[in-house]
Design a binder for this molecule. Structure first.
Ligand code: 2AM
Ligand code: CA
Ligand code: CA
Ligand code: CA
Length: 266
């Protein structure tokens, strides 16, 4: 078995096991804390899940590094070697309020190149996974390459925050795109929104500020199918810091960059 096949097989088995543990936690009382602000939440399950992965990875691959949202991994200052970038629960607010619409996200990189991507929508039991160069699968189903679509036929994922007064972007810049798109959606989990681009349920997703663990797996999945992922200014994403994100089907990316985001003096 090749190196990546073995890593992928282990990662899949651990992500399913972690998902089971999360489902079992639904009957228990959550410990909820806040982080940077009153709406930035974390639970004991986020922390336990991250620690579960770290234990498994360190046992099997002691020379791999781990970057995790809850900070139990390594202090990473570069992407040399093999780095697992993990969000144990993406969509914690949904996890707490809805007990659905959250996912486990794992992107595995070697020297900065995405090699394995997994996003597990726990409650819907949908595992999106890829080994670079081998296609993307939704559970056992192979997903087709992404086809071009026009703005007026596109469903675009965007949080309403970005079209109200905010400190990152003039909301008027995004208003025409929202108006011209066939529809907009907001699922509250960046990983699920990117997985939905991979599966064709959405055509693009925009956010003004996401961390490496929010996007690490999703960009591997979408790029494997021919999609494009950049910042809103069209620059490459940097997995060592926070980024804005515009990720979409191929033709749509070019069209939106040219006709909607080009004159954004922001
Ligand atoms: P999280 O649930 O892992 O924190 C919600 O729109 C999306 O933005 C989720 O993917 C969420 O990830 C992410 N996010 C990143 N930073 C956030 C923050 N400070 N507060 C809330 N959501 C955040
Ligand atoms: Ca969080
Ligand atoms: Ca996240
Ligand atoms: Ca998280």
């Amino acid at each position: 078995m090749t190196k990546w096949k073995e890593i992928d097989r282990n990662a899949k088995s651990w992500i399913m096991e972690a998902g089971q543990r999360i489902k079992q936690s639904f009957s228990k009382t959550l410990t909820i804390e806040t982080k940077s602000n009153a709406n930035d939440l974390v639970t004991d399950i986020d922390k336990n899940t991250e620690q579960f992965f770290i234990k498994k990875i360190k046992e099997h691959y002691p020379d791999h590094k781990i970057l995790g949202e809850e900070g139990f991994g390594d202090d990473i200052s570069d992407l040399k070697g093999i780095v697992w970038i993990i969000d144990p629960i993406d969509g914690t607010m949904n996890f707490i309020h809805q007990q659905r619409n959250f996912a486990i996200s794992i992107g595995i990189y070697e020297d900065g190149i995405g090699q394995v991507g997994l996003i597990y929508d726990v409650v819907h039991d949908e595992l999106y996974h890829t080994i670079k160069g081998n296609g993307v699968f939704l559970n056992e189903l192979p997903l087709p390459s992404l086809q071009e679509v026009q703005v007026n036929e596109a469903i675009i994922g965007i949080n309403a925050t970005w079209v109200t007064e905010n400190k990152r972007i003039n909301p008027l810049l995004l208003a025409p795109l929202v108006k011209h798109a066939r529809g907009t959606r907001s699922y509250g989990s960046a990983a699920i929104e990117m997985a939905y681009i991979a599966s064709g349920r959405m055509d693009a997703y925009i956010s003004l500020r996401l961390a490496p663990w929010d996007i690490a797996a999703g960009i591997i999945l979408v790029e494997e199918l021919g999609g494009i992922a950049t910042t809103l200014k069209g620059a490459p994403l940097n997995l060592l810091e926070k980024n804005s994100l515009f990720i979409s089907k191929p033709g749509l990316h070019k069209d939106v960059m040219k006709n909607y985001l080009n004159d954004g003096n922001w």
